[in-house]
Write a protein of this length. Structure first.
Length: 95
């Protein structure tokens, strides 16, 4: 059985959602979760592989992840090329 992801990772442009290459995205230096365990990433990587992204990650204008740090790391480790993102103007606040 093949599962079709709700949000596909190829060129998305619905409701402000963009498809951005993972190499252009970066984690914020002052993020809440400084450490992400490999054990917690494994189920997330499997879920992304099977279902894709159920919701996009949120990034600021500097391409820093505001919401979705674990999803970005899991996508990079799971060899995902592009990630659906929503840009926000208020993502430059201090964590």
């Amino acid at each position: 059985m093949v599962f079709e992801p709700r949000i596909k990772t190829e060129s998305i442009n619905l409701h402000g959602i963009e498809s951005v290459p993972v190499e252009k995205l970066k984690l914020r230096p002052k993020r809440v979760r400084q450490k992400i365990s490999w054990k917690s990433l494994q189920p997330l990587m499997k879920s992304i592989k099977l279902f894709g992204f159920n919701q996009p990650i949120e990034v600021n204008n500097k391409n820093e992840v505001v919401i979705g740090n674990r999803r970005l790391v899991a996508a990079k480790l799971g060899f995902v090329d592009k990630i659906p993102v929503i840009r926000t103007n208020d993502g430059d606040y201090e964590a």
